[in-house]
Design a binder for this molecule. Structure first.
Ligand SMILES: [Mn+2]
Length: 653
């Protein structure tokens, strides 16, 4: 019950009692004045006592409030807390001694003229804001509906926490890529030591980084966040320096650097730096890979194409482990990427031949997920020969065949989202990946073996290299050899890109199995509709800058392969370094294909939009969006990348 109600009740009860007593006295004519006065006094006393106890509580609260106000006003007076009073026009009318002590006087000025960042707090969007004035940091707060601001100096706390942050450990690792190739040549080792290792060591010393060589080609680095930030600001210039020096001497040495951050546990940083180095290596080296544990990986550099670094020994070791995995499986299912291309079909057939030579049941998922038009015509043409040997199935059929001992081999891709067996991969217990696309940071699956060689022309090249180590009964039919040859032909744009000595070795092998280059030329002939579509994309190309073109196809649908070929042709045009095509596919997906001559790293551009690929060939796909929206996003990424340089382009209308 409320206090006021109790009080009212008391008064009512006392009045009623007096009236009853008076009536009683009149009616019975008795002398009851003394008892009635006694009760009345008693009731009045009760009321007074009650009121007194209430007053006491109120007095206490008032006293506390007063003392708080006194201590706040005391703090304001002695200058520990700053107070600013302002009028309805947000003009400062009074500043407490706190500001005078700091030689700040802004009386009669508008708050926002002095500290524009305080707009949020004045509008009531924020309760507290941090501002810095003359190199000191203040926390500013405001009580609702009041017209004063409280300032607290938090410079010391800020400085301390910044210092703790700066002094956090970072563990790094440097790898001299391809060093093994030069180990046996004394002259080259001398060159590397004096022209490459010395500048690296000087660079480390210059930035106060502690280093220790752990092998002739590796160093461990110990540094803190402050050193690291300096390197990042310097854009890890040592990477470019090493590449240029090595190029002058025609030596294929580059640097890979990994940095693990964000933990004070050295064991954890050590584990992380090892796996980041592995990532840098499978992405082709010549780059910095850095990660704050638990966050996304950042990449820097990576401007030279992957160098050949798989030795014959490595190939033999890989084949033997794959053979073991196949021998220990009940059956093998081979999956490719969605919309299989020639390299994907060719490498799947080669992998299936490998499984058959080991007498294990083999299946290829090729009846779902799509096959690109050119190669699907070829598969149809050769269907008799192919079906006699291989079991081409759909993903649903594969799900029926899957058991705990099934080995799933992913060819020509390593991202389960791009797979024509993505559901299968979720359930598979044993997975092997064979691919030539630069590796993405996180795989989201845990393969038993990962053979990703960014330096190879094609997955077909990797699989054909297995042949010398496979059983004698291994065989490739003439039709298969043609498809595999086509795979390399197309992935290398007719042996013009990503083609090296190993590629020609493999072509020679395929030739001996009956691959016919002129027959393949005919197979690669394309329908008129494809030529037309490609020409449309080329015609639509607009210059983003002098050396970068974008074709944004807001109407019609296009095949991914056609878009890539159009970009391939665009970058062959003089002075054009990179080409992007944004278009819609028949599956209602918006795709971006990107090609480069090497001057622009399209992989990192696509990665900024959550796509991936190689430095010279990359892309992405998106559902539930429009070509214009993705084009604008691409332009924003380019604008961000070339910020500060002229020729910024505008958004597509
Ligand atoms: Mn491929």
């Amino acid at each position: 019950m409320k206090k006021s109600a109790i009080r009212t009740l008391c008064i009512v009860v006392s009045i009623v009692t007096i009236i009853i007593l008076a009536v009683f006295a009149l009616v019975f004519n008795q002398n009851i004045i003394i008892p009635s006065i006694t009760s009345l006094v008693f009731i009045i006393l009760l009321v007074i006592m009650y009121n007194n106890s209430e007053n006491e509580i109120n007095d206490n609260i008032k006293a506390i409030e007063n003392s708080i106000e006194t201590s706040v006003s005391e703090l304001i007076k002695e200058g520990s807390i700053g107070l600013i009073v302002y009028n309805d026009d947000y003009e400062i009318t009074w500043m407490s001694p706190f500001f005078r002590n700091r030689n700040i006087n802004k009386t009669n000025e508008k708050i926002l003229t002095w500290l524009p960042e305080l707009q949020d707090i004045l509008q009531g969007n924020e309760d507290r804001q941090v501002v810095s004035i003359n190199n000191e940091t203040f926390s500013v707060s405001k009580k609702d509906n009041s017209n004063f601001l409280l300032f607290k100096d938090i410079s010391l706390e800020t400085k301390l926490s910044k210092r703790i942050e700066e002094e956090a450990y970072v563990l790094g690792m440097i790898n001299f890529d391809n060093y093994d190739e030069y180990r046996d040549n004394d002259d080259e080792v001398t060159f590397i030591n004096s022209y490459i290792k010395v500048p690296v060591i000087n660079y480390l010393k210059e930035h106060d980084i502690v280093y220790k060589s752990i092998r002739s080609n590796r160093m461990i680095l110990i540094l803190n966040e402050k050193n690291y930030k300096e390197l990042e600001e310097d854009k890890f210039s040592i990477i470019n320096l090493v590449r240029q020096e090595a190029k002058k001497a025609d030596i294929g040495i580059t640097l890979s650097i990994a940095f693990a951050r964000g933990s004070q546990n050295l064991d954890e940083l050590d584990g992380e730096v090892q796996s980041l180095m592995e990532l840098a290596q499978t992405r082709g080296g010549d780059q910095v890979v850095s990660r704050v544990i638990g966050k996304e990986v950042s990449y820097f550099g990576g401007s030279s194409e992957a160098k050949e670094k798989r030795s014959r020994v490595k190939v033999r070791v890989i084949v033997n482990s794959i053979k073991n995995l196949i021998n220990n499986s009940s059956n093998v299912i081979i999956v490719g990427h969605k919309e299989m291309d020639s390299d994907c079909v060719g490498s799947a057939l080669g992998a299936s031949d490998m499984v058959l030579s080991l007498d294990k049941p083999s299946y290829i998922v090729a009846r779902s997920g799509g096959i690109e038009s050119m190669i699907s015509d070829v598969v149809f043409k050769y269907s008799h020969a192919l079906n006699a040997k291989h079991k081409l199935i759909s993903e649903n059929e594969a799900m029926q065949l899957l058991n705990d001992d099934t080995l799933v081999i992913m060819v020509d891709h390593h991202d389960p989202n791009q797979s024509n067996g993505s559901e299968l991969l979720k359930k598979a217990k044993k997975i092997v990946i064979i691919d030539h696309h630069r590796r993405k940071a996180d795989l989201s699956i845990n393969p038993l073996m990962l053979y990703v060689e960014a330096a190879a022309s094609s997955t077909t090249e990797l699989i054909t290299e297995f042949i010398p180590y496979l059983p004698k009964k291994f065989d490739i039919s003439e039709q298969e050899a043609n498809i595999m040859y086509l795979g390399i032909l197309i992935d290398t744009d007719r042996f013009r890109v990503r083609t090296n000595a190993r590629t020609f070795d493999v072509l020679k092998t395929l030739r001996t199995y009956g691959a016919d280059p002129s027959a393949c030329d005919l197979l690669a002939e394309e329908p008129y509709a494809n030529v037309l579509a490609r020409t449309q994309i080329i015609n639509a190309a607009k210059q983003y800058r002098e050396d970068i073109v974008i074709s944004s196809m807001s109407e019609g649908t296009y095949q991914r392969s056609i878009a890539s070929q159009a970009c391939d042709q665009l970058v062959k045009i003089k002075e054009i370094e990179a080409a992007f095509c944004v278009c819609l596919t028949a599956n209602n997906e918006v795709i971006v294909t990107a090609r480069s001559n090497g001057g622009v790293n399209v992989q990192t551009i696509m990665e900024k939009m959550h796509g991936g690929g190689h430095m010279t060939a990359a892309g992405l796909q998106r559902k539930d969006t429009t070509v214009n929206r993705v084009s604008n996003e691409l332009i924003n990424v380019l604008n961000e990348l070339y910020k500060g340089e002229s020729n910024e382009s505008n958004i597509v209308e």
